[in-house]
Design a protein around this ligand. Structure first.
Ligand code: PLP
Length: 454
């Protein structure tokens, strides 16, 4: 065989990627036999661990029986069963939610935006099309989903192509409050911005507000008490749909099935992907509250939207088997417990001169790096602290998810730590030990390169 990356179009042509050949539990192995602790589950995807035989059996069995049908022609038992399991998890008062399957998070965002639009058409309010979202957020890489996203680094190259119907309000990001305020004296001014944005756009023109209850890759920000409730109130006051993007946080990652459950808020739609099939198959879903699908059912009766691979039976079999596995092994509780342990261990990193903040919920934790703790000034953008740290850790056999752009202008570095729920405390100890050593090395290199730090 030729080089593994000779014919693939890689994410980055300047890098050589190790060839992964096997996964088992919290570990990945490459073609050279090197072992990696997967402390980020890829991109906060893997929840139940790699290589669980019963998931692979479920996929195989389904593929053997029925590998494909088009959703305009058939449904399948796998679709019916998984939809029922997910619909019953919909938070809040019992209702009959419905589930639209996709092949990932971006497709789920696109679908939810179109469902929101279809809902308003069905309700006889065709002027409602605007979507409001937040800066420092990510909803996917397709153009509609990227348009809703507020991650400036990821938007930059494609900004001329992004839809104009998307508006953004300030992030809810206490460590770097974009309004320069402090909680609780701020009185949730960032939530109040939604009210002003709605007034400006004209409430009668706004279809939906989409947000990540706990921000994923863009910052890892966790909202303060009261934020979600205030957002729900504002949406209700204007009849605007609330879409919770739980692509990263859903399916248990924060210790509850949906992260909105930490604050008792019920959205109108919830997006799932990543952890839904724990990486065993490309699966996403939009959960729609009863009022939404009933309006569409009673109106046009159909949605002019779909993907060839939506509701793909073996993929759904993977999702279903993962739900059963989570349940059988009580893994949400494990995510909560291990999350607490991880968060406590990571908190110790605050003592390091370049660790500005540690934040997160459950097994979704973020560490942010700064050149100066008092001013929160970032390291020089060109130094690429986050990626150097990633490389240093990869060499040590530990995988984390590096991100830049935490600060306005594209500077700012953080890493996401989101291991499978089955990680043991000793493995968390090893991770934090290696992280501590790697941070010290990269911080020394930054200082030597004149990129900041003391
Ligand atoms: C919150 C959130 N929404 C949407 C997406 C897009 O999902 P996908 O990459 O599966 O298309 C992501 C991916 O990182 C995400 O974190």
């Amino acid at each position: 065989m030729s080089q593994a990356d000779d014919f693939t179009f890689p994410r980055n042509f300047k890098r050589r990627y190790p060839v992964a050949v096997r996964g088992e539990g919290v570990y990945l192995f490459d073609a050279q036999g090197k072992k990696y602790l997967d402390a980020c589950g890829g991109a906060a995807v893997v929840t139940i661990g790699h290589g669980v035989p019963e998931i692979i059996d479920a996929i195989t069995q389904q593929a053997r029986q029925l590998s494909y049908v088009h959703s305009s022609q058939f449904t399948s038992w796998a679709a019916a069963e998984l939809a029922e399991v997910l619909a019953q998890k919909f938070p809040g008062p019992r209702q009959h939610a419905r589930v639209h399957f996709t092949s990932g998070g971006s497709e789920a965002t696109e679908t939810a935006i179109k469902i929101a639009r279809a809902y308003w058409l069905a309700r006889g309010e065709p002027q409602r099309y605007k979507i409001i979202s937040r800066w420092v957020s990510y909803h996917g890489s397709t153009l509609g989903a990227l348009g809703a996203s507020g991650n400036k680094v990821r938007r930059q190259a494609f900004s001329p192509l992004l839809p104009a119907a998307m508006e953004h309000i300030s992030a809810c990001f206490c460590y770097r409050c974009p309004l320069g305020l402090e909680f609780p004296a701020c009185a949730l001014a960032c939530a109040e911005e939604l009210e002003s944005a709605i007034q400006k756009a004209g409430a009668e023109n706004v279809a939906a507000f989409i947000f990540e209850p706990v921000v994923g890759a863009s910052s890892g920000a966790v909202p303060p008490e009261g934020y979600l409730r205030r957002i729900r109130e504002i949406c209700d006051a204007h009849g605007i749909l609330l879409i919770a993007d739980e692509v990263m946080t859903g399916a248990g990652r924060t210790g509850k099935y949906f992260s909105v459950e930490h604050w008792g808020v019920v959205p109108d739609m919830i997006l799932l992907a990543k952890g839904l099939a724990s990486g065993y198959a490309p699966l996403g879903a939009v959960l729609a509250a009863e009022k939404i699908w009933r309006a569409i059912e009673a109106g046009p009766g159909s949605l002019d939207h779909g993907f060839t691979y939506q509701a793909h039976p073996p993929t759904l079999a993977a999702g279903l088997a993962v739900q059963r596995y989570l349940e059988k092994h009580n893994l949400l509780e494990r995510a909560r417990q291990r999350g607490e342990y991880l968060s406590k261990k990571l908190d110790a990193l605050r003592a390091l001169p370049c660790v500005g903040d540690v934040r997160g919920k459950g097994l979704l934790q973020t560490v942010e790096f700064v050149a100066n703790k008092n001013t929160k000034a970032p390291f020089a953008k060109e130094f690429n602290f986050n990626f150097r740290l990633f490389e240093n850790l990869q060499a040590r056999g530990v995988m984390v998810y590096p991100m830049r752009g935490t600060v306005e202008g594209g500077a700012g570095d953080h890493v996401l730590i989101a291991p499978p729920f089955v990680i043991e405390e000793a493995q968390i100890d090893f991770l934090v030990e290696q992280l501590t050593l790697a941070i010290a090395e990269v911080a020394r290199a930054a200082q030597a390169a004149g990129a900041g730090g003391s």
